[in-house]
Design a protein around this ligand. Structure first.
Ligand SMILES: C[S@@+](CC[C@H](N)C(=O)[O-])C[C@H]1O[C@@H](n2cnc3c(N)ncnc32)[C@H](O)[C@@H]1O
Length: 232
């Protein structure tokens, strides 16, 4: 991380959780986004080949097309980006928006064996795949909770979340609780409504977490295939 961002991070960390400030001044917003963009991308493209693979299926694209035709979003946060397929969709569909992609780029538990060949250079391949979006895409290499803490500490209030990182119940619940506590006015969407891995002891963990969360806070759920969205 470069110096500007580091000092901004230190200052903002002091304020973290101590205040409920958010910067909606356009000038401040652009300043923060510009500093982030300048800080997170390496100067040189990593020396790996591009490789495309995504779970962002046609059905999900259709759901987001419907959502985007009704509402424009300015700052989209994706939890779990993998090789950038879904992030690139958001960028292409919302040409005015910035996208923050939070991922530790270590792969999820279920990827460890089947995609073991991709994992050593997963982050570098993501950067190469997304290189032409360097002006609007902010990769944050962190756990989802640390990444969101950082976004909050900067005073940013994203207006759309796409939850697609760890799929176990506790992780999904923790992601949702954090989002709602610190970004209460955002739109929350996600993947894996019908994901189930009984051999790993995971019976529709995402669905259960989303349902319990919705019940706790009074949200309604729209779900089709793997896509889900919360609303009041
Ligand atoms: C299913 S993939 C994301 C797929 C991507 N959204 C797409 O549609 O192409 C899940 C990603 O979440 C990341 N991930 C899993 N658990 C995480 C966590 N706790 N914090 C940050 N990233 C995580 C993994 O590294 C992986 O890249």
């Amino acid at each position: 991380m470069k110096c500007g961002l580091m000092s901004m991070l230190l200052v903002c960390n002091c304020l973290l959780f101590a205040s409920d400030f958010s910067l909606y001044d356009e000038h401040e917003y652009i300043n923060i986004i510009t500093q982030l963009l300048q800080s997170v991308w390496p100067d040189k493209k990593p020396n790996v080949l591009p490789y495309e693979h995504t779970w962002f299926s046609r059905k999900k694209i259709a759901e987001f097309n419907r959502l985007f035709s009704r509402k424009k979003f300015k700052l989209i946060v994706e939890l779990g980006s993998w090789l950038g397929g879904s992030a690139k969709f958001f960028l292409n569909k919302m040409p005015e928006a910035h996208v923050i992609a939070i991922d530790h780029w270590k792969g999820s538990i279920e990827h460890q064996n089947i995609y073991s060949n991709l994992l050593p250079t997963l982050y570098e391949t993501f950067l190469v795949n997304c290189w032409k979006h360097k002006d609007r895409l902010i990769p944050l290499r962190a756990t989802t909770l640390k990444g969101m803490e950082y976004i909050y500490s900067l005073g940013l209030q994203p207006d759309l979340f796409y939850v697609d990182a760890s799929h176990d119940y506790d992780s999904v619940m923790a992601d949702l609780e954090f989002i709602y506590k610190y970004f209460p006015n955002t739109t929350i969407t996600g993947d894996d409504w019908s994901w189930s891995k009984p051999h790993l002891g995971l019976h529709f963990p995402v669905r259960k977490a989303v349902q319990d969360f919705a019940k706790k806070y009074g949200f309604k759920i729209y779900a089709r295939d793997q896509f889900w969205r919360l609303y009041f």
